[in-house]
Ligand binder design. Structure first.
Ligand code: GDP
Ligand code: MG
Length: 243
């Protein structure tokens, strides 16, 4: 089993750092304007981004943890047993928004390797929200998320405090191979101040819930997956609302 000390802890400079609980970073006083004024490279465009209808989500994690499988399951409802290494793919869903608006949910499935740090940095700077994936059967993949979180912190500056992030333990169906406990995942998510969920792209467990939770964390606009379901309880249809 992995412990918290195995993973780089995402340290916060603000006083919220030691409060514990996933919601604390999202309940800061940052408005969009505050965020733009106090952040560094890549985040100054957030004011403009917030007024457009695109919502960009980037998926990070080590090779083989199931990033592409999660995205494919969510976007297409399919699963492939074979491992097809990814360079970088982006998927867009044009979805109805609040019955009268249109929103594009843009999901970038990144390479996951460390070979293209410039691409990783670009995906971070462009991203409105992030999904950090490890495999519950591979504690090395859990540890490898630490440097990605560090890069996110550098790139986003204080805007990271209001950026929706979900930590995802994938391959929960392979219980016999489990190497990272649920409690360890939850504990790191609490330290990082992000959401947490365990998924199985293979068995289609918690995939819709993952995206529902991520969108629900966005405080600058109300985003849900379903066009006619403002409270997000029925998350099976893929649409969103911006209000
Ligand atoms: N058992 C199981 N295998 C999975 C799951 N998700 C992905 N895989 C398999 O893990 C391998 C790597 O998946 P892939 O999505 O390509 O990983 P990526 O490199 O992170 O994009 C493939 O053989 C997938 O079929 C899962 O939830 N459960
Ligand atoms: Mg891939």
């Amino acid at each position: 089993m992995i412990t918290c000390s195995d993973v780089l802890v995402f340290s916060k400079s603000s006083s919220t750092a030691s409060n514990g609980g996933p919601s604390r970073l999202l309940e800061t006083d940052f408005s969009i304007e505050d965020t733009a004024a106090t952040t560094t490279a890549g985040s100054g465009s957030r004011v403009a981004e917030a007024s457009t209808s695109d919502y960009r989500v980037a998926v990070f994690g080590a090779g083989g943890v199931g990033k592409s499988s999660i995205v494919q399951r969510f976007v297409k409802g399919t699963f492939n047993e074979n491992y097809v290494p990814t360079i970088e793919d982006t998927y867009r869903q044009v979805i109805s928004c609040n019955q009268k608006n249109v929103c594009t949910l843009e999901i970038t499935d990144t390479t996951g390797s460390h070979q293209f740090p410039a691409m990783q940095r670009l995906s971070i700077s462009k991203g409105n929200a992030f999904i950090l994936v490890y495999s519950v059967g591979n504690k090395q993949s859990f540890a490898e998320l630490g440097p990605i979180v560090e890069m996110m912190k550098e790139e986003k500056g204080n805007a990271i405090l209001s950026t929706p992030i979900m930590l995802v333990g994938n391959k929960k169906d392979e219980e016999s191979k489990r190497d990272v406990g649920t409690a360890a995942g939850q504990k790191i998510a609490n330290l990082w101040g992000c959401g947490f969920i365990e998924t199985s792209a293979k068995n289609n467990e918690n995939i819709t819930e993952l995206f529902e939770k991520l969108l629900a964390m966005e405080k600058s606009r109300q985003l849900t997956l379903t066009a006619n379901d403002a409270d997000g309880k029925n998350g099976k249809k893929k649409a969103c609302q911006i209000m």
